[in-house]
Design a protein around this ligand. Sequence first.
Ligand SMILES: Nc1ncnc2c1ncn2[C@@H]1O[C@H](COP(=O)(O)OP(=O)(O)OP(=O)(O)O)[C@@H](O)[C@H]1O
Ligand SMILES: CC(C)(CO)[C@@H](O)C(=O)[O-]
Ligand code: BAL
Length: 281
Amino acid sequence: MVVVKTKKELLSELNNIDSSIALGLVPTMGALHQGHASLIKKAVSENQKVVVSIFVNPTQFNNKEDLVKYPKTLDADINLISAISKEIIVFVPEVSELYPKQVKTKIYHFDGLDKVMEGEFRDNHFNGVGTIVEALLNLIKPTRAYFGEKDYQQLRIIQKLVEIQQIPVEIIGCEIVREKHGLAMSSRNERLSKKIRQKAEFIYETLKTAKQKFGTESVLDVKEWVVKQFNDNIDFQLEYFEITDVNTLTPIIKKNTNTKQRAFIAVYAEEVRLIDNIALN
Ligand SMILES: Nc1ncnc2c1ncn2[C@@H]1O[C@H](COP(=O)(O)OP(=O)(O)OP(=O)(O)O)[C@@H](O)[C@H]1O
Ligand SMILES: CC(C)(CO)[C@@H](O)C(=O)[O-]
Ligand code: BAL
């Protein structure tokens, strides 16, 4: 397995590859877990060569403490990747490599997809994600790039990004991988105490019950029920719960059987921010 740190080294590795083969890209921020592993395995199964990038992108962090405390486990990450395939190129750049002049965020117009939920509560977050994903796609020029549905809004925004910037790549969404009791795997889970990590199954349990209720109750009643669950629970603080159309990500107030809807949640536990979502129909 090759680990490269500079764009120059990366391009020299990529130049050794026949340009007609399918190249997969899995962008990550490291602290890899089985959620990432599922993306990497899918990329390996669908492409002849795969690049995994590990880069904690400063421009997408609205909260400095979140950036400083973001877990870093490079040796373990490399072991996890090499256990999947020894043929993978791992790109681990420094900030100055991807932001050579200054750490600057591009501004995009994502047709309102960035105005709700994560976009509303994490100011400028999606401009930061767009800036780095566009830079990686333009540098690596993959055939396919893989993103998890755990960050469903991010996935929709990246689909929009490649459309508006006309980047020739197929964006592949991958199902959410969960811990044994249902908590969506996330690098930030590492920051939870053992006790709260166990209790955090409550988040997915709430989503599953909300889905059941969505079958028979009004959108407003489901939302009120979710808020109440959190009012009664001192371990978790609800930031938002929304039910939206999957295409526009606009929150809905009335059910529509002609379109697909999804429920989204963001929760704080021990000052760690966790997100999850579930398909409703
Ligand atoms: N549990 C999961 N199931 C499927 N995909 C996931 C999961 N966790 C992360 N991913 C995907 O892996 C890619 C890299 O994510 P990232 O490195 O930010 O990890 P993360 O676990 O989402 O970390 P955090 O949420 O703490 O930032 C993203 O496309 C993300 O959606
Ligand atoms: C896509 C991404 C790697 C861009 O920094 C990040 O937002 C993530 O890990 O989901
Ligand atoms: N996994 C999404 C990236 C972030 O939380 O910044």
